[in-house]
Design a protein around this ligand. Structure first.
Ligand SMILES: [Zn+2]
Length: 130
């Protein structure tokens, strides 16, 4: 069964303040030029539901907006995290180089100290022989 313009009718849900969450059939030519085909599927909502549902919808939309805002914040933090991780790797590399330089300087110091002692001993021995 088609609508007046012979398209397949579609089921939609009304979110107007008067009929929140109430389903209806409408013309299938949504974006084109729809005909007047329309009828309600669900009975009218009770007065209490009509009062409560718009408030719940506002709350849901507010939460969705909050979620979007938080997602943007999270993306920003993730970009910061990538930057900090890059800096950390750079500092870790510099730290390794500094440890290596420190180790080399200690090895050089110890070897130099030993060779000076040996040279001094040889000198003392030579003086003693005189
Ligand atoms: Zn139609």
């Amino acid at each position: 069964m088609g609508c007046y313009c012979r398209k397949s009718p579609i089921i939609k849900t009304s979110w107007t303040p008067k009929n929140p969450g109430r389903r209806f059939m409408a013309c299938g030519a949504e974006n084109e030029d729809p005909c007047e085909y329309f009828f309600w599927i669900d009975p009218p909502k009770c007065e209490r539901a009509v009062q409560v549902i718009p408030g719940l919808l506002r709350r849901i939309n507010g939460n969705a907006e909050e979620v979007r805002r938080l997602m943007v914040q999270i993306e920003g933090k993730q970009e910061q995290l990538v930057t900090y991780e890059r800096k950390l790797r750079s500092y870790q590399w510099k730290e390794k180089i500094l440890w290596f330089v420190l180790l080399c300087s200690w090895v050089f110091f110890v070897m130099n100290f030993k060779s000076k002692r040996t040279a001094n001993n040889i000198l003392l021995l030579e003086i003693g022989e005189l």
